[in-house]
Design a protein. Structure first.
Length: 218
């Protein structure tokens, strides 16, 4: 699926969700790519069992026009947020991502936009990409995952190696200058309680909000 909604850890097409109960259609998710520059040990790509008709695995990457066509069919009267997440890392497709963010803001300026990212976009593109999100992105949700660079690399198995952890924080700091809300996230059942406390202190020191996400099992 490219554009979908979620409920109870399950994925639904827009038409299916709207037909069932429009009042439950709160967030719309956009899946742009399977590609990722991390290989997280807890990733849903390896853990989540999905039926063929509700799979997030893309046979090919959709064009911006294809995604726009699906967005045009969304009942936006019942939507509070549009989230760019991808089964992979959405910033890998930066040009398409920013084009679609502009499209959502142009057609539905009242709708909040969010990017779920691992925060490695600057490493991926070899430059600072944060300014490209100015005025089109409301929330940047960045996966912190761990309290130390060593632990981060162990969990994420990033292709960028040891430098990834510092780069992720640098991206978060740069995004604070252009995006209204920057949130760091960790996963509850993946992160031990003592490390959660460390992450809270780290985020507080950086003046960043920390959100503890529930682990999504089958």
């Amino acid at each position: 699926m490219i554009v979908y909604t979620t409920k109870g850890g399950k994925y639904f097409s827009i038409a299916e969700s709207f037909k069932a109960d429009a009042t439950n259609l709160r967030g719309v998710y956009i899946n742009l790519t399977n590609r990722c520059n991390n290989d997280c040990a807890f990733c849903l790509r390896d853990k989540k069992v999905m039926t063929a008709e509700k799979s997030l695995w893309l046979e090919r990457e959709p064009s911006a026009d294809e995604v726009k066509a699906e967005l045009d069919a969304v009942p936006f009267d019942f939507v509070s947020e549009v989230v760019f997440c991808g089964f992979g890392e959405p910033t890998i497709r930066l040009d398409v991502l920013t084009e679609l963010l502009r499209y959502v803001k142009a057609t539905h300026p009242e709708i909040s936009t969010r990017l779920n990212t691992n925060g490695l976009g600057n490493l991926e593109h070899g430059r600072d990409i944060s300014a490209e999100f100015k005025n089109i992105l409301d929330v940047a949700s960045i996966s912190l995952n761990a309290a130390t660079a060593e632990r981060y690399l162990q969990i994420t198995r990033s292709k960028f190696g040891f430098q990834a952890y510092a780069a992720m924080f640098d991206f978060a700091e740069k995004m604070k200058a252009v995006v209204p809300h920057v949130v760091m996230t960790i996963v509850d059942k993946v992160t031990p309680p003592d490390e959660i406390e460390q992450c809270k202190k780290i985020c507080a020191a950086h003046y960043l909000t920390l959100r503890i996400r529930p682990y999504e099992a089958n």
